[in-house]
Design a protein around this ligand. Sequence first.
Ligand SMILES: *Cc1c(COP(=O)(O)O)cnc(C)c1O
Length: 403
Amino acid sequence: MTNQATPFHPDRLKRLLNASGTMTTLGASRGVPQAIAAAALMAERFVDIADLQRHASRAIAAATGAEGGCVTGCSAAGLSLAVAGAMTGKDLARIERLPDTDGLRNEIVVQAGHLVNYGAPIDQAIRLTGARVVPAGTAARVEEYNIADAITERTAAVVFVISHHVVQEGQTALVDVVDLAHARGVPVIVDAAAEYDLAGPIAAGADVVVYSAHKFLGGPTAGIVAGRLDLVTATYLQNRGLGRHMKVGKEGIAGTIAALQAWSERDHEAAAEREAAILFDWECALEDVPGLTITRHRDWTQNPVTRLAVKVEYEAGLYAWELADRLAARDPAVIVRDDLVEHGTIYLDPCNVSEAEAALVGIALREEVARATRRGDGRAMSLGARRRAAAAAALAWGDPLQP
Ligand SMILES: *Cc1c(COP(=O)(O)O)cnc(C)c1O
């Protein structure tokens, strides 16, 4: 007898209210209708992938101002393949030989404060190509001379990260990194996975830029690589090597083209108004909650997103991370942005909630603070204990499912 799996339907999953933004582990974003339709249409057809990728190249060029582009499995894949392309160029034998980099320039310079973890460490995305990561400077202080010193005749590229994840102080700006690298004949690859500014990095002189299709664009899970035609071609050609292990399908490519088109036609003002209305509702719901101090917070890297910063003070009776965990344990789960909880602050992101969902988020916050105050059961779990519990929960993935 074999086990019969219960038929799957998304309604069987626990419902999530996503007030955290575009998180990969939550499914990133709500797909825009144009991308969903394009992916569905392509899914039932045969296609010459090289031809489809040429169409993608034109769409990416139009959106970014770059010479061309290609679609990859995700941004992390795009980064790996762009690094691989910078090492191999358009040499098919070298492409098949990776991660063996004998005889190739194989060092990738990264400012120390850009060695981030976006769910996985960025240095691993670089290293799995066979490249070696050469950090420049120290975590919060990278001088131009550190970068100049790190670039040698073995350097294949400099990787530059634009993200709230990077150390915000003491790094060298993109235009200056571009000048330093180009003066030495080295290309600059920019990871701008979650950045709304599709044209900025190319305009600033970047040679290759990587974006996620599934974040603000509302596309399918995919990566967008834009840049100089020789480097983009070398990136695309990695599909004959390392790229095979992280490939994007026809539906991902077609959906990405549609998402880029939809983005250029989207009414961004209407979206901003919708988000402002949600922030206002949250402010009304939370302003009189004892122990919560709320302020509006512009995005860290100037993306056109304003979030509500909720500072959890002593009077709230629980730590910020306990509030985040208790919200996530509700049904429906309320997921807030908790990457800065050690500062006692959680953030509410309006991008991925409807107005009805936002109202439930406000109610949930009020209830959890009131419950902790009433029961006096907060301020019990240290941040270290919370991290250990999160690691243990990750390991428990394969344990038998609850019926
Ligand atoms: C999200 C993110 C990534 C990973 O993007 P995927 O497309 O999910 O692989 C890489 N870098 C940064 C800065 C990110 O924000």
